[in-house]
Design a protein around this ligand. Structure first.
Ligand code: HEM
Length: 492
């Protein structure tokens, strides 16, 4: 009897495992990408460049591959036809809701439903609320924070300084003041409670083991009670921010700001919470704060770090950028919006940096909402689809000498001739990044201030001497190994 029970139990488990690993009929002809290489890459903190190495052959030839990961078969693609479809047919390829795919999980608990991860009418409502906050950006915040950055660097003049952390501090301060109306003051005080709690929470959310095997979260020993306490703590901080802002805003003052487009994101959301027809709830405001903390600062911090590395290692590019800055800005430290348009070479260098090191290396997952035929393959409903931005940016199908840093690719005449879907730094279609202009302004202002005052170089013993070592943060954002650079004051 006992033997029969054990046999039935084992057969049941074996059947369940078979169901999980079995390739769906319609994906049988899609070439398979290595699961083992991906897991090794994640555990050894390798970046998207490493993944591209083992995916390149298949994706450059076929445009799509399948990979078994976290209990499902995913489609990974660099195919432009499929990419365009994903951007234009958002009903057919909606984003995957965290609550649906990982109900009750830590990430669902922290990020919930927000402007980045939502679909249809819910997404439209969130995007319409957030949009006005990005219409007229507070230039003084970008400028003042750049000046603060110079003060920090001045204290370590001509000694190696860790840039990745420094850029996070800068971009968090800019985001806080410009978008939440709150000064994290992280450049001056790296240990303030908002920042340390945020770091603890993201470290929990990005733990590789849960990324690779999300189902273990449902087992008793792995239920992440401690991590949930950290999230509860940051939620309290977010609630405090919301309440403080709510109290400080007389309704009339708020309406005035909304009407003349000077309200920041938090003010726009608080205003939307008073909408009698479809109010934005406190919980939704908090979920948006959580996602903006991630989307609005980690990305630009990576972009600034990688471009500083490029400038440190390509002295010819650094010289040319600086010459242009000095010519266009005259005696000014930071550029006006008009001057930013004139900084043509800097803009090309920024774009090329974002091509070579895209801070978002893969778009958040989509899934087919119905059966879709693609070439001779069939995607059943709920097939997860990943657009591999890093792959598209590094494919020799789309770019000549893709591994070479060539800013001139982005000269207007070259840029206009190209298919616009091969530079996907900020995504595309209606879900294009809301903060793209914000980020580009932040990058230009910071680089102008830095290059006017400092000569940037890489220490001789740097781990990045031969190439920049990227890292793994999560499924979408590109990480970076610690990067020390030297800033030597220029004699003007
Ligand atoms: C270099 C910096 C940045 C990069 C590379 C980047 C990249 C992206 C990408 C690729 C998407 C599209 C995601 C998708 O289609 O699933 C996106 C969406 C978004 N980004 Fe950014 N981003 C950057 C900076 C920012 C900043 C500074 C903010 C806000 C302050 C921001 C806010 C958003 C929001 C709200 C969305 C969702 C848009 C929607 O779905 O309607 N991003 N970003």
């Amino acid at each position: 009897m006992l033997f029969t029970i054990i046999l039935v139990f084992i057969s049941f488990i074996a059947y369940k495992v078979y169901q999980k690993v079995r390739v769906p009929e319609g994906l049988k002809n899609v070439p398979t990408l290595s699961f083992v290489s991906l897991v090794l890459a994640i555990f050894s903190d390798k970046g998207p460049d490493n993944r591209w190495e083992f995916m390149r052959k298949i994706l450059e030839k076929e445009g799509i591959g399948k990979i078994w990961f976290s209990g499902e078969w995913f489609i990974v693609t660099t195919d432009l036809e499929l990419t365009k479809d994903v951007f234009s047919k958002t009903d057919l390829y909606p984003k995957t809701s965290l609550e649906e795919s990982y109900p009750g999980s830590l990430t669902a608990y922290y990020y919930g439903t927000n402007v980045v991860i939502s679909n249809g009418d819910v997404w439209k409502r969130h995007r319409n609320v957030a949009n006005p906050a990005f219409k007229s950006l507070p230039m003084h915040v970008f400028n003042e924070t750049a000046v603060k950055l110079l003060k920090v660097i001045e204290k370590v003049d001509n000694e190696p300084i860790e840039v990745k952390d420094l850029m996070h501090r800068l971009t968090l301060d800019v985001l806080g003041r410009a978008v939440f109306g709150f000064d994290f003051n992280n450049l001056e005080d790296p240990t303030n409670i908002y920042v340390t709690t945020y770091q603890e929470v993201t470290a929990e959310c990005d733990k590789p083991i849960y990324f690779i095997m999300p189902f273990i979260e449902y087992l008793p020993y792995f239920d992440r009670t401690e991590a949930r306490k950290k999230i509860a703590k940051i939620n309290e901080l977010y609630n405090g921010l919301i309440e403080e802002k709510r109290k400080s805003m007389e309704t009339e003052e708020l309406s005035k700001k909304i009407n003349n487009n000077t309200a920041d994101l938090l003010e726009c959301m608080i205003y939307a919470s008073k909408d009698p027809k479809n109010p934005m709830s406190n919980e939704e405001i908090r979920y948006n704060l959580a996602i903006f903390m991630l989307a609005g600062h980690d990305t630009t911090a990576t972009a600034l770090s990688t471009i500083l590395y490029v400038l440190a290692t390509r002295k010819d590019v650094q010289r040319k950028v600086r010459d242009e800055i000095l010519r266009v800005l005259g005696d000014d430290l930071t550029p006006t919006i008009d001057q930013q348009r004139e900084l043509k070479y800097l803009n090309m260098v920024i774009k090329e940096n974002l091509r070579i090191y895209p801070p978002v290396h893969q778009l958040p997952r989509r899934e087919s909402s119905e059966t879709i035929k693609f070439r001779n393959h069939v995607f059943l409903p709920k097939t997860p689809i990943l657009i591999n931005i890093y792959g598209i940016h590094h494919s020799s199908k789309y770019w000549k000498d893709p591994e070479e840093f060539i800013p001139e690719r982005f000269e207007i005449e070259n840029d206009e001739k190209r298919d616009q879907n091969i530079w996907l730094t900020f995504g595309g279609g209606s879900r294009i990044c809301l903060g793209n202009n914000f980020s580009l302004i932040e990058q230009r202002v910071t680089l102008c201030a830095l290059l006017r005052k400092y000569e940037v170089s890489l220490p001789a013993d740097s781990i990045h001497k031969d190439k920049l070592h990227l890292g793994h943060i999560n499924g979408t954002i590109t990480g970076l190994q610690p990067l020390h650079l030297i800033f030597k004051k220029r004699t003007e």
